[in-house]
Design a protein around this ligand. Structure first.
Ligand code: UD1
Length: 417
């Protein structure tokens, strides 16, 4: 199993360009299934989750070819409506294929999805919505078997929580359903907007009717298109964290500042100077950061749960105390115990974590448990004295393209063994 070795206490310097968004790419790849045509997806990050999505597409009988950061997907040859358990278990986003396969093939068979363990992560909202759209769904022996023999029908769907995945699944399924679907309390993340833009380019009729209300008028069929995925806002937040924790000045290119409206002011309040012009962000951090104001994770446009772990790493060395409240997932502080091994003072109770900044962190051997937690450990290790070993890189590979190379290009002493 590969491990990440980081020698800390080096200031970072230089420029990096942010990769395409993982959380945009995955639902868009699922949505290609609806088109029965060729699609070219540009700015596709090279990640293990994207490889899993490609395997799913191929398993369904589609062709998918990645060259550089462009993925050509031809879904005209689809021949199967079943995703094997081994692929379903590899990532949570595999469930987004459900709406697409059901809409295209009028039936679908798959098992419950895997992914990072952040709590229960049920899929009840996805299934409830598809049932409302006329799908007959049986859950048996760990499998989900769905039929919509006469096709899916538009419906009014009020989500109990603005689930990102459920909103995506419904938007995809509703694009070719008979009639109009209205989703209220829909998720509003930038990745939802990107999926909507892709679907509309394919001929779907989707529009926003006020905050959190999405209207999808079903059309008979969709055609293929070319689409460029938006930049990854969580990778930007991670790179900002890396700069902030090491007291560095770096430049990040390809940033959509409006996607980071809840994140940038926190770094500024902690003492960083952030400059933004034409998609280029410069961040300049003081030698020692102040604490962050209260950080509460909430659905977009609030502070993203995915950025909680990297910012917690920064707060361990801040002057003062930072309080985190995790409102999205019930078990998303696994990195806290590992940060404590570096000398961080973190107390967690239920959804609250209190971090009292210390003057120094010391290297240790750490265990990674999930994707953003891995990024948190890497960020803290960049500022710890000595060489920190993080076991394993497999979660990082799901969301950060060549993370070691990116950090090396900024002057960090990082290697994978
Ligand atoms: C997506 C993101 C993930 C991010 C999360 C929240 C992708 C590939 N992943 O995950 O990085 O952390 O949004 O911003 O885009 N829930 C239910 N029932 C459901 C669905 C969700 O109770 O049927 C709950 C979940 O358990 C969780 C909350 O709703 O507590 C948010 O989940 P959701 O927004 O669905 O997250 P994902 O789409 O899985």
């Amino acid at each position: 199993m590969a491990k990440l070795l980081i020698e800390g206490c080096k200031r970072l310097k230089g420029e990096v360009t942010v990769q395409g968004s993982k959380n945009s790419t995955l639902p868009i790849l699922a949505a290609t299934v609806l088109t029965s045509d060729e699609n070219v997806i540009h700015n596709c990050p090279r990640l293990s989750d994207v490889t899993t999505a490609v395997k799913i597409l191929r398993c369904l009988g589609c062709s998918a070819k990645l060259s550089g950061h462009s993925l050509v997907v031809d879904t005209s040859t689809i021949s199967c409506h079943h995703i094997p358990d081994s692929l379903m278990r590899e990532m949570r986003s595999s469930i987004i294929f459900l709406g697409a396969i059901l809409a295209r093939c009028k039936k679908a068979r798959l098992s419950f999805p895997g992914g990072c363990e952040l709590g229960a992560r049920p899929i009840d909202l996805h299934l409830e919505a598809l049932r409302k759209m006329g799908a007959v769904i049986r859950e048996q022996h760990g499998e989900i078997v769905c039929f919509a023999e006469k096709g899916l029908k538009g419906a009014n769907i009020a989500l109990a929580f603005p689930s990102v995945g459920a909103t995506e699944n419904i938007m995809i399924a509703a694009s070719t359903a008979q009639g109009t679907t209205v989703i209220t309390n829909a998720a509003r993340e930038p990745e939802i907007e990107d999926l909507s833009e892709y679907l509309c380019k394919c001929g779907a009729r989707i529009h926003c009717a006020g905050e959190g209300t999405v209207v999808i008028e079903g059309v008979e069929k969709l055609h293929g298109t070319a689409h460029t995925v938006i930049p990854d806002r969580i990778v930007v937040a991670t790179l900002m964290s890396a700069a902030a924790v090491t007291g560095s000045d770096i430049v990040i290119k390809g940033v959509v500042a409006s996607h980071l409206r809840s994140v940038i002011p926190l770094f500024e309040e902690a003492g960083c100077v952030v400059g933004l012009k034409d998609g280029v962000m410069s961040i300049s951090a003081p030698k020692r950061l102040g604490a962050f104001p209260l950080i509460r994770t909430t659905p977009y446009p609030g502070f993203p749960t995915d950025a909680q772990a990297p910012l917690m790493a920064v707060s361990t060395l801040a002057q003062g105390t930072t309080v985190f409240v995790e409102n999205i997932f019930e078990n998303r502080y696994k990195h806290a115990g590992e940060l404590a091994r570096l000398g961080a003072k973190v107390r967690c109770e239920g959804r609250v974590a209190v971090v009292e900044g210390v003057r120094e962190l010391y290297s240790s051997n750490l265990q990674a448990y999930d994707l953003r937690g891995s990024a948190s450990l890497a960020v803290a290790a960049l500022a710890a004295q000595g060489v920190t070993e993080i076991d394993t890189t497999k979660y990082l590979d799901r969301g950060y393209e060549d993370f070691d190379v990116t950090l090396q290009s900024l002057g960090a002493n990082v290697k994978i063994i």
